[in-house]
Write a protein that binds this ligand. Structure first.
Ligand SMILES: [Zn+2]
Ligand SMILES: [Zn+2]
Length: 327
């Protein structure tokens, strides 16, 4: 589908900065839109045949550039319950990257160049969000140690306690990303998202962004969420045991019951930077602006840095020589 401006007929997109639909053609934000259906093989605007990736749910038409959302990938079993609309727009994402990497000494010069930063793209990443009830049944032996000095003698008193805890915790929306666009663990670094701002799904939020459907089912990916819920339960339990000098556990039974599941789309800006045959990836959280990614080290800059050190501080000469040999 394509969202057409009622004012001028151009394609409208969702503008994160304005938090509304926006027409880049007539610059209108308040005009209504008409939905043109189209399909996954034909552009709803120009009618050109299109080819769409296996998991793609929204993309630009390669011929006319229109933003298209594919019904076939947001309906039935693919329909998300929830979406977290972008609040960080492209300019703000670029600014966040600049701010984060400007100060790094060894970054290649082209890293933050205007040309390279054109490759940044906003994407809705598919997520499973699991709700759990965690029942944690714990018993153990707690010790409290008290020491004092009286005259020349130091006294130590150890008290032993039978510690029993029965903890019931509800976890809401524990996330596991369901896209292989993101490498395992990278998406975890993007957290936290503020889930209070999740909205009921509406495809208009996808217009102007790339989108994907889940690459694997909720059961298949559940273990990742369970690990997070278990670890959070363990932390809460440890906090409740903090009054003792030590606790030796005798029984630890942690049981997770899934009592809710949502399929949601979360916003990420993805910046791919190619340098010396390698691709580096950077991410900006589309809601909070948090930046994740490691910059490549420029050998040229490192070399210059080594020379500078060698010339100005003789004590570091050995170190500088070593760097040059590695190069
Ligand atoms: Zn318009
Ligand atoms: Zn087109």
């Amino acid at each position: 589908m394509i969202f057409k401006c009622k004012n001028c007929g151009g394609g409208m997109i969702y503008e994160a900065g304005k938090k509304s639909m926006y027409c880049p053609h007539c610059e209108s934000t308040d005009s209504e839109y008409i939905v043109n259906e189209g399909s996954i093989t034909v552009c709803g605007n120009c009618g050109a045949p299109i080819t769409v990736g296996q998991f793609t749910s929204s993309d630009n038409c390669a011929h006319c550039g229109s933003s298209l959302v594919f019904n076939e990938r947001i309906e039935g079993g693919y329909r998300p319950n929830l979406i977290l609309p972008f609040t960080v727009n492209k300019d703000a994402a670029v600014e966040a990257l600049n701010k984060e990497f400007d100060k790094r000494t060894f970054t290649p010069a082209s890293f933050l160049s205007e040309k390279s930063l054109k490759n940044i793209r906003g994407m809705y990443v598919p997520f499973w969000l699991y709700d759990y009830q965690a029942d944690y049944d714990f018993s153990g032996e707690g010790r409290k140690v008290r020491s004092w000095i009286s005259g020349d003698t130091e006294y130590t008193e150890t008290s032993y306690y039978n510690v029993i805890r029965q903890m019931k915790t509800d976890f809401d929306k524990v996330p596991a990303d369901a896209s292989n666009v993101m490498e395992d663990g990278e998406m975890d670094l993007m957290e936290p998202y503020t889930y209070e701002e999740l909205m009921d799904f509406d495809p208009k939020y996808m217009s102007g962004f790339f989108g994907e459907v889940y690459n694997a089912g909720a059961d298949e990916l559940e273990e990742r969420a369970k690990i997070k819920a278990r670890s959070a339960s363990e932390q809460l339990m440890q906090q409740s045991l903090s009054g003792y000098n030590s606790v030796t556990p005798h029984r630890k039974n942690l049981n997770l019951t899934r009592n809710g599941l949502n399929y949601a789309l979360l916003p990420v800006w993805i910046y791919r930077y190619d340098y010396r045959g390698e691709t580096y990836r950077f991410y900006v959280n589309g809601q909070t602006g948090k930046v994740v990614g490691k910059t490549p080290v420029s050998r040229l800059k490192l070399l210059l840095y080594g020379f500078t050190t060698l010339l100005s501080v003789s004590a570091l000469a050995y170190l500088a020589t070593e760097i040059l040999e590695i190069l």
